[in-house]
Structure formats: C-alpha cells, structure tokens
Design a binder for this molecule. Sequence first.
Ligand code: BJ8
Length: 464
Amino acid sequence: MASLYDRVRNVPAVATRSLLWNPAQKVAAGFFITQEVSMSDYKQMWLDLGLDLTAHDGLLSLLGQAYQDIFLSQKNRPEGMKYFDFVMSEVHGLRVKELMDAKAEGRKVVGSYCVFVPEELILAVNGVSVGLCAGAEFNFDGAEEVLPRNLCPLIKSAFGFKRGLVCPYVEASDIIVGENTCDGKKKAYEVLSPMVKDLYIIDLPQMKSDTGRILLREEYRKFMTKLEDSSGKKITVETLKKGIEITNAKRRAVKRLADLRKADPAPISGIDALLVNQVFFYDDPLRFTGSVNALCDELEERVKKGEGVFPKGTTRMLISGCPMAVPNWKVPFVIETSGAVIVGEESCVGERGTQWLTEDKGNTVDELINNITDRYFKIDCAVFTPNPSRVDHVKEMYNKYNAQGVIHYSLQSCHPYVVESGPVEVALETASIPTLRLETDYSQEDAGQLKTRIEAFRERIQAR
Ligand code: BJ8
C-alpha cells in the first residue's frame, strides 16, 4: 500500500489545500478575522520556512479529506466545535502566520514532543509553546534512512515530517526541546540534533524517588536559564505567576470539558473531545481557554436537556495508553463507528497531561519552580518504574466517567506502554473492569481487524 508520503505527491493540483477554508467558511464558523491573509502570502511563508510545497500541499489535501470524513460527517455536533474546525483548517496557515508575527516581535517559539516540557516557563519569557508534528505515517522511508525500521511510529513520524520538510512548526521553532523519556526518543534526539538549529534536552528521572525529584527540579532550573539566555528576558515571580495562571486556566477548561462527559447521553463525541485536547498543544492559550469554556457552556445546556451525540445507553469506553498526536484519529474513529462512545482519555493528549494544576503560591522564583516540579513529577508516564499511580488513575477515571470498558492503546514498538499494558490489564480485570489491549501503528491497514476486535469487546460488555 502506498505510504502517505507517496500519496501526497500524487494529489492532483486542483485538489490541494482543501484543509484551508475560504473566508466565507471562516465567517460562517464565527471566527473573527482581523486580517485576511491571501494564499500567496501563505505560500511565501511556507517557502521562507523551507517547506517542500508539493508535498505540503498534498499533505493538507489528504488531511482535509480525512477531516471531512471523520469530523464533519458526525451528527449532532456541538456548535462550539466550529471554532476547533477553524483552527484545524488553519493549523498550517493562520496559526503559523501568528507564530511568524510573534517571532518578528522578538518572541521565541519553543517546540516540543512531550508533556514534561513546562509551558509555564516558556510563557514566563513571553515565548510561544507548540507541539511538533508526530501523528501521521508520513515519509517513513525518509525516517528509516536514519532510524531503525522497528521504532515507534510517533518517533518515525517526527523524523518523516522533518526530513520531508512539511511541518511548519518544527521549521518555525527557535528551540526544540527533547527529553530523556523512552530509549527510542532519547537516542533519536542524538540523530535529530544536527538537523535542527537548537535542540535542548531535558534529562528526566525514571523513578519517583527523592533523588528523582531533585533531578527534575535541577533540570527545570537549567531549562529556565536556557530560556532566559535565548530570549534575553529574566524570569520574575510576576512573569512566572502569569505563566502558571495562563497554563492552569487552559487545564481548568479541559477538565471542565472532561467533567461534562460523565453524562449519559454523552454531550460530545470522544473524537471531538480528543481534537480539543490535540488543539491544546497548538493554539494561542488565552483564545483556546475561551473557546473551550464557550463549548462547555453549550454542553452544559445539552446535559440539562438530556441531549447527546449518541443515544442514551451507548456503550461507554475509556481509552488508556500512548498519546495521540494530530492526525492520529484511527482508533477513536473505529471505536465510535462501532457502536460505542469514548468518555475519557488516560493519555498525555488527555487527562494524564492535564489533570494536575500548578500551585501558584510563592514569593520567590525558586518556590514557584518547586511548585512546577511538584506538578510535573506527578505525571504517570510509563517510562517511570514502578508506575502504580497510572493504574489508580485509570480506575478512578473508569468510575468517574461511568465507563463500561477500557481500551488500552499502545503504539507498536513503544516498549514502556506495551510492557505496562500487561500488568494494567491484569489489575483492571481483577477489579472487574473489562479491558481490551490493542497494539497498532499509524497505517490504516489494520482498521478492519481493529473494528472486529472492538465490536467483539463491545458485545462482551453488553452481555455482562
Ligand atoms: S510523558 S507518554 S508525551 S514520553 S509512544 S515516543 S513513550 S516509544 S510519547 Fe510520551 Fe512524554 Fe511519556 Fe507522555 Fe516513546 Fe512510547 Fe513512542 Fe512515546
């Protein structure tokens, strides 16, 4: 089967750029356009960033079609999702233009691949934090020229995008922050280093011990210095408190959204809620927070009226496992087209990444760094050993969201999550929580097989 990279090169010119909406569609979506940017402006921006325009146009076109099929074809979508449709329609356009404008004002764009990179610190130097492209099977041939074939698709995707010159975020980043988490990422950053202008690595502990916490705090202090040196701005109590406030507000908004999914019928589909959690990593934080809260206002009304996206009584699933970066929508789409609704994500693109707030009390930068360390040290990524709080969190979410089954999702060759999936399944099944373990990649080849297994799992739940 042709890879996404091969397919984008064969997209007819007339079909290109369908992901970018025209102005009338933007107005219809309720987006306030202060500045109209022409297509030729974008083209020049992408050229200036060094993108491969042919491959990039083809990629946008295919993503546009996928978006239409997966998101826009849903019934009973909340009106508030139009904002997120708009953001996605401009994810390589207007949002990148905003980043370029921020850079022109002297602000630093900081790209990353992990939720251990504290946005609070980036905001404290008036920087812009963005997640980098790693969610599609794009140019894996190019990635496999420098990486082993049997590596996690998320890492190969990051290299495929970079080497195929189609990710404007990685090209716009002044600093790319890597982290010593899994072995795959840790070693891949060594290979990435000569390909990007400024790669900074945060060392992370592997155990939740006292020394582990000290290491994390020292690493965050060093990262703070790196940001100060790069931006020429000193972090103060005031700027750091502001960064904490903005980041916490984002987290509160997505927690509010998560809470509304307790209702039956679910007021929003899992695939739309996942999209909101994905946009979390790209959008302007204040605008994002306002848009999520507006969506929640609407969902509250739906819950009061007993309205939902699927009929009351639809089988409720929780997803747990590896993060799903844009446009990794395969498994949620298969679940929600197999007679079930997803009511929560125990994932870094979901509650694992957002459940904790950062304490904002403190009179010194040092005290605030301690608060940031305390907050991030609670993240129960499977790279930690042992990692018992993750199972506790899955159980808690299962009860809180009135789920009926857990689908554990691992990416192939992701050793931390694949290995941990066994003990997680045992712990959940022992607690009478039906669990299905899936291991997949970014291709579409196993979609049919996944559907068969998910439908059988749903039937097993219904027969209880
Ligand atoms: S905190 S989950 S975002 S490391 S899927 S690259 S673990 S082999 S993405 Fe992650 Fe940070 Fe942990 Fe979250 Fe490695 Fe697994 Fe690939 Fe992964």
